[in-house]
Structures are given as structure tokens and as C-alpha cells.
Design a protein around this ligand. Sequence first.
Ligand code: BES
Ligand code: MN
Ligand code: ZN
Length: 498
Amino acid sequence: MEFKAIVDTRAQSASACAVIGLYDDGLMDDAARRVDARMGGLAAKLFAARDFAAKLGDTLLLARPAGSKSPRVLLVGQGSKKKFGRKQYRKTVQAAAQALLKTGAGDAVLYIASDPEVDLDAYTRARIVSETVSAQTYRIPDLKSGPKPKPPRLRSVRVAAADARTAKTMQLGLDHGAAMARGVAFSRDLANLPPNVCTPTYLGARALALGKEFRRLKVTVLGERRIRALKMGAFLAVAQGSAEPPRLIVCEYRGADPKSAPVCLIGKGITFDSGGISLKDPPAMDEMKFDMSGAASVLGALVTAALLELPINLVVIVAASENMPAGNAVKPADIVTSMSGQTVEILNTDAEGRLVLCDAITYSRRFKPAAVIDVATLTGACVIALGNHLSGLMSNDEPLAEEIEAAGVRADDRAWRMPIGEEYADQLKSNFADLANIGGREGGACTAAAFLSRFAKDLHWAHLDIAGTAWVGGAQKGSTGRPVPLLADFLINRARGK
Ligand code: BES
Ligand code: MN
Ligand code: ZN
């Protein structure tokens, strides 16, 4: 899909479909009114006749309206003008995109809520357009044998700006949004693939392919022997019961001076979490193919950064493994030595995410990172605490936590701050090792993060628990691509020098 900002002061561009927005009191902004005037006020008449109520997300396609420069005009409802903001804008564009993709139009020009009274800057509006329209074209990797669905006709979307300066700002937003959407789609593809396809080896291969695609990216994939040489005893304990070998994937993106400290993103890459010897119950065990969503999201954010050639240094680390039961699998009560030297009593083999992550966090130290963010579908407890709406955010660094929170707000991919600290760390005490890998049912998301914090001392570190946000279950089962928008916004914002 091509996205372009055009200077179109008089709303007179011809296209296969013009899209105009109406508020639920019938009001239109200047551009929409001009388009409507040319068709004799048809939109206004339809509104007056109650044929189009302009509720948020309503659409009505007008075919060949007399006088119009475009053979189609799509009306889209913007709801109440008073309530109109970022979420409403997103909903409006989403509805417009859905309707557009059902038409035969190959290109479209959008005239949606460009009125100056709306409190949304041009960059944000444009970014939402390319992000949302692209998301509507996403299709799950198709492993069905029937006839393939036809690709949509729509190839080009233009947004109208009133002057050249605004158009330039909007083009930046469009480019950023399109790159974010590519990152999201990359992430969703990986997470949606079945676990017999998306193995640790496969994740490594996809990362290596990214290394070939992007000039500034160097990718190294470490196998079991080298992981052992690094003394990653916690990571290896998770992997030892699986027939699929583990992979430590290290992607170094260099967009800035080599001396500038990198941001380090770490992803939990459990390609299937059976629970191991602490086997999970059968219901919804299939969803544990999504347990590599953290890995998928940090790779997705990397795709966005590389596409935009962001002037930052970024290191992405993925600890990829299965978690399986077997005769040689790790057992409850086993004690392992992590790369940090701390010993861990594994009381529950289903708390495996923190075991692979703790060694990845220790590994990240060699890059002397400016910030470390790990992303993981870590705990069911986080889903209980926050539902499927917000990701959990824990950090040992106040400014970093605030920066991440703000990125989530701007990207409509929010995270909610949750505590860590001595109280929670105390729950992890073990009689036999430096710490246990579980801390009881109470505050499970916080004790998991507290476990990780034991490996993040003196780092500027944050943890995102995405167990509730990374995928949806039910009829629409599939990956959401979260938190790629949050991470991408974070990186874009860092690149801008804050
Ligand atoms: N991958 C799961 C967390 C999870 C559970 C994500 C449900 C999404 C939905 C993780 O590895 C896990 O099994 N965590 C355990 C930890 C417990 C044993 C302390 C959990 O949350 O039950
Ligand atoms: Mn588990
Ligand atoms: Zn898991």
C-alpha cells in the first residue's frame, strides 16, 4: 500500500473514491463540505433525511454521485465532535478502510476530521491513517487448502493537507505508521504460525533473513554449544527436555555512532509452552504457541526501526526454546546456575519465561545498554490483574517507566505500571538456592518481575508483561502484534532525541 500526503487546499483531487467525514450533528469540516458541495449537498441531504446518522464508525458508499470528481464517495461517521480525539480518529479510519477494501476502488483520498479545532496534530493523524489502513489488510498466514482470497484492489491512499508544511509533516506520519504496520504484521505472522513451523530454529532463520535485508543490521544466532559456553544454565534448563534445539538470537542494528549506547530489547521466545513436567491443563494449551509473542514483538520493532533507518543503536535479543516434558526435562526442585552466577531452585517448570529471560538480561550487559526492556507473555496473573486491555509494566527506573508509558499512550498500545520491590522479592526466598523461580499465587505478575529485577541490578531496566495483550482468543483467535506500536513509538521518540 502506498501512502501519500498531498496539498489539496480546495478538496478537488480526483480518485476512485473520496472519503469524507461527518459528525453526528451533520457538521463537516471545510474539505468535506467542498466535496459535498460539488455533488449538490448530497451528504447533507442524506443526513437530514436520516439515511446517514454519522455515528462513530458508520459508513455509506455513494455510487457515481452527480457532480463529484470521483466515481465513489464514501461517507464516514465521526460521532460527536466534542468527544472526538485519537481513539475516535482511529475508529473512523478503521471503518473507512473496512468499507474501502470492499469496493473496487484502487485508490482513495481521505478528507477526515482535518478541522483545526480537533485536538490532534497532523503527524498523529497521518500515522494513524497508514497504521490503521495497513492493519485492515493483514491476513493470517494461510495454511488452508481452499481457494486463496483475492487481494484487495486498494493500492494507494492519499491524505489531503491544506498546505505544504502540513503535507510534509503528514508524510512523515504516514511513513512512520506504514513502517509500524510492517513491524506489527511481521510480529503477527510469526506468532500466528503453528509451533511445528515456528520453532527456535525457524525464529533464528527469520532473524538471519532480516540481517540480509537490512544493511545496518548484523544478526548472530547461537546454538546450544555456544549457549552452554556462555554458562546460561537457567535458559538451558528450560530447553533440555525438548527435541527442538534452543537458539539465542542477537540482532545488532547500528543507526548511530558506535559509541552511543544502544537500547536493548529482549524477547521471550518460548515457541511452545506445555508447562514442562509441571504440565498445563489441556484447555487452551494450543494458545501456548503464542508464548513467543515477546520475541515476535521485539523483532517487529526492529523491522520498524530498520525500515525507517532510525538514527539509534538497537540490540534485539531473543531467547528461543520450547518448554516440554521429557525424561531428561528439568524437574521441580532442580537447582540450576544462571549466567549471573545466582542459583535458582526451579519449583515449577511452568515458570520458564523468567528462566530464559534472566540469562538474556545478563547477556545484554556486554552491550553496555542505555536501557533494557524485556517483553514477555510471562504470567497468567497479569491477565487476571489487567485483563486484555493493558500490558503490565514494571521497572527499576522511574524516567524509563514514564517514557514507556507515554509511548504506549501515543501509540494507543498502553501499559500500566505495576510494583516490584523487596516485599515481592521476599516471596522468592528458597531454603536451597539463591532464589526460587516462583513466589506463590499472590501478586504473581509482580513476583515474576521481581525475579527478573534480581538480574537487572544497575541496569536501566523495564519489563512488559504482555500475557493479556499479545493475542486474542475465541472466534477471532490470533496475534494482535502488541506491543510493537508501543516499542516502535518508544524508539522513534528516542531517535528524535526526546
Ligand atoms: N506462558 C505462561 C504465561 C501465560 C499464561 C500467558 C496464560 C498467557 C496466558 C507462563 O510461562 C506460565 O506458565 N506462567 C505461570 C507461572 C506460574 C507457574 C508461577 C502462570 O502464569 O501460571
Ligand atoms: Mn509456562
Ligand atoms: Zn510461558
